[in-house]
Ligand binder design. Structure first.
Ligand SMILES: [Zn+2]
Length: 302
């Protein structure tokens, strides 16, 4: 529940006076890190999601709503797990907060329930667009471009700095994209199996990969049915899939069952929704996590 009336009256501008950095608030780790890479020392970027917590069930507390209201730039995914965003922004109203929805930076695709996957019954009548756009480095480039333009507009005095930082970061993302293309081109197979939710539609589409998974990207289920388990176990056995994947901050239950039944190795494929406290303290980045994914991908495709 959001108690907007109470908290938005007189949202303190005390923080504003403290620094002349651009104040950015982001709803998930990917958005946070993209803003941090472009903004560098000229921006104060805050991740709304507490480290280690689940992103799909997140709703902001009054304290966090205050932070959003005081932000100059707000970066979010813009999808179904952030239904609270539009309500909140409507009530923040005439504020000058620039809103970047990552889904609006790229061409989106519908969330699909693929063969063997357990559907999300709640949403069967509606078309849901898959919100996990940031999982493809090619999309990350577009999102970063939008953040760059926005920061240049908000803080024109530092436009050159944002431009330079964006160019340097673009090189890193482009390198990641090339690494993935090389791994896929030289891999023995094209199929990935996720014993978990599947937030990687944009990623597999970008590299021409096939996939099987237990649940769609933003599913609330973590208990797989006997039919789903049997389907995935059979796939791993018949296609001799060496690695079964799970996402970050997962209970890993489904992946464990499949690995026990098949002898496959369990590995994490990180969708960068959020990081652990330890990773946050160590300053982990999107590029670090995705480079780790590249290593896992190499193993999974060979
Ligand atoms: Zn998600």
């Amino acid at each position: 529940m959001l108690c907007l009336g109470v908290v938005l009256t007189g949202c303190g501008n005390s923080k504003q006076a403290k620094s002349n950095k651009v104040r950015i608030v982001a709803t998930n780790f990917a958005a946070y890190d993209f803003a941090r890479q472009v903004g560098g020392t000229k921006a104060e970027v805050e991740l709304l999601l507490p480290p280690g917590t689940e992103s799909h069930s997140f709703e902001p507390t009054p304290r966090e709503i205050k932070k959003i209201a005081a932000a100059q730039v707000f970066v979010c995914a813009g999808g179904e797990s952030e239904e609270w965003v539009d309500k909140l922004l409507a009530s923040v109203g005439n504020k000058e907060t620039k809103v970047i929805k990552m889904m609006e930076c790229v061409p989106t695709v519908e969330e699909v329930v693929s063969e063997g996957m357990q559907g999300n019954k709640k949403h069967t009548d509606e078309v849901e667009y898959d919100e996990h756009v940031w999982t493809a480095p090619t999309n990350a480039l577009l999102i970063v471009g939008k953040i760059n333009k926005t920061l240049q507009a908000v803080d024109a005095a530092n436009a050159t700095v944002y431009q330079q930082q964006t160019e340097a970061y673009t090189k890193q993302l482009t390198q990641l994209d090339q690494d993935f293309r090389h791994i896929v081109a030289t891999g023995k197979r094209k199929t990935l199996v996720f014993g978990d939710r599947f937030p990687f539609r944009y990623f597999v589409d970008a590299y021409g990969l096939k996939y099987f998974a237990a649940f769609p990207g933003c599913a609330h289920d973590t208990e797989a049915s006997a039919a789903t388990l049997a389907f995935l176990i059979n796939k791993v056995k018949t296609e001799r899939i060496p690695v079964v994947l799970h996402t970050e901050l997962s209970n890993e239950k489904v992946a464990d069952i499949i690995c026990e039944a098949t002898g496959a190795t369990k590995k994490e494929f990180n969708a960068c929704h959020n990081v652990t406290k330890e990773q946050m303290n160590n300053g982990v980045t999107y590029v670090d996590l995705v480079q780790q994914n590249a290593k896992v991908l190499k193993e999974a495709l060979n």
